[in-house]
Design a protein around this ligand. Structure first.
Ligand SMILES: Cc1cc2nc3c(=O)[nH]c(=O)nc-3n(C[C@H](O)[C@H](O)[C@H](O)COP(=O)(O)OP(=O)(O)OC[C@H]3O[C@@H](n4cnc5c(N)ncnc54)[C@H](O)[C@@H]3O)c2cc1C
Length: 394
């Protein structure tokens, strides 16, 4: 691939090279992942070889700069990658999605030079897996209320607490963990620490049984008096944890929005093809205008979401209005995905409800997009707060 290093979020990969790369990703999705969806679903585990194929394609480096061995894609390129990859079952996404997203984003955006040098090259190749630990049993939407503590002891922190619903906790080598480093209950006492899985005192719970996204796992992570070197404090300054989490989640929300695009595209393709082939009352059901309405409304939802995600990614790359536009894109696209999955399942009638057809899985996989990385209600609050800020002093 022809890569030219420019600056920050300016393209390292030119558009033509990127399109060729995206074409190879699309081929991988349709020739390698989609044919193994049933296997993924049945075994509730990633089929052998998938990780290596993803490593060979450089997928683990999509959000990491070339100086650390990554592809250095812009956010606009990243969301297009996510949209294509998410045409396959969401369980496959657990292999790379957290690693290139919330698992490594705090490091890429806010890590010190030494932290980046130490970890990013191995994350970019997929050699080590990462996870992001914010949620706790009593702190989900309200991350201000986390209780996991990190108490300074010489050159170390002693970390104790429990994290909940952590994607890939059972396979991760490195956790980004939101902790409370100060005595106050306020956000100024929250910091972000890098914690290696191999340290003594860490226990990972058994994977939760989930509605969908089979093949990917979420688990509790328990930290019991874990001794963590103070040099692992992300950015090197205490009290920045909530800001780091917000920046990480802003980027993460664009990925969730882009994943919604891929799932919608697949659902519409399956439904449109089925409607063209299925005959009732002596003709293809695609000729009935009520069926056409289900498809037209779905295509419109995809188009509006697609436009929103690309525009939000452009704004992210230009550094303007990223938090609000990422929240708008995530809110709209994930809600649209719910509508599209429901309508497309309806197009298949009874066949939509059984597992031999992909809609049954897409319908289940889709639901959590409105919950993780900020629920729809939290997106509404983020958008409204940011919008109203500019009217406050008028
Ligand atoms: C599959 C999956 C993967 C996940 N992966 C990770 C991960 O890797 N790392 C991680 O840290 N977390 C992860 N999570 C956790 C996820 O981010 C949280 O579930 C989510 O943020 C919501 O928190 P909660 O479940 O505690 O719900 P709560 O915060 O208890 O919310 C419950 C309900 O109340 C509503 N609500 C809460 N506050 C308000 C308010 N102020 N106004 C209006 N409504 C409100 C919510 O919208 C929701 O409908 C994952 C969850 C799932 C299901």
């Amino acid at each position: 691939m022809n890569t030219t290093a420019v600056a920050d979020t300016i393209a390292y990969v030119d558009e033509q090279s990127f399109q060729e790369y995206l074409h190879s990703i699309r081929r991988f999705v349709h020739e390698s992942l989609i044919p193994r969806e049933a296997q993924l679903e049945e075994a509730n585990a990633l089929p052998a070889g998938v990780m290596d194929e993803m490593r060979d394609l450089g997928i683990f480096g999509m959000s990491i700069a070339p100086e650390y061995g990554g592809l250095g894609l812009t956010m606009l390129q990243e969301v297009r990658m996510h949209a294509v990859l998410s045409e396959a079952a969401q369980g496959f996404r657990y292999a790379y999605g957290t690693n290139v997203g919330i698992g490594s984003r705090a490091l890429t955006l806010d890590g010190t030079q030494a932290q980046r040098d130490l970890w990013l090259p191995r994350i970019a190749t997929g050699e080590i897996m990462t996870a992001f630990c914010a949620t706790e049993p009593d702190a989900g939407s309200d991350l201000n209320s986390i209780k996991t503590r990190a108490v300074k002891d010489g050159d170390d922190y002693i970390v104790s607490g429990t994290k909940r619903f952590i994607t890939n906790a059972d396979t991760a080598d490195l956790f980004t963990v939101l902790v409370r480093t100060g005595d106050s209950d306020g956000p100024e006492a929250i910091s972000a620490l890098l914690i290696e899985r191999e340290l003594a005192g860490i226990e990972v719970g058994k994977p939760e049984k989930k509605l969908g996204q089979h093949g990917g796992s979420i688990c509790d992570v328990m930290f019991d008096q874990v001794r963590v070197p103070a040099r692992n404090l992300i950015g090197g300054t205490e009290g920045k944890g909530l800001l780091i989490a917000k920046r990480t989640l802003s980027a993460g929300r664009l990925s969730v929005a882009a994943n919604s695009l891929g799932q919608m595209r697949r659902a519409i393709d399956v439904a449109a093809l089925y409607a063209s082939e299925r005959q009732q009352f002596g003709k293809a059901i695609s000729q009935f205008q009520l069926v056409q309405a289900l498809l037209a409304d779905s295509e419109t939802d995809w188009f509006a979401s697609h436009s929103a995600v690309l525009e939000a990614a452009r704004q992210y790359d230009s550094g303007t209005g990223a938090a609000r536009s990422a929240a708008c894109a995530k809110y709209f696209a994930s809600e649209a995905l719910g509508r599209v999955a429901d309508r497309c399942l309806q197009v298949l009638g009874g066949a939509g409800y059984i597992a031999d057809y992909p809609l049954e899985r897409i319908f289940r996989d889709a639901r959590v997009s409105r919950i993780y990385e900020g629920t729809s209600q939290i997106m509404q609050l983020v958008i409204a707060r940011d919008l109203l800020r500019q009217y406050r002093n008028k």
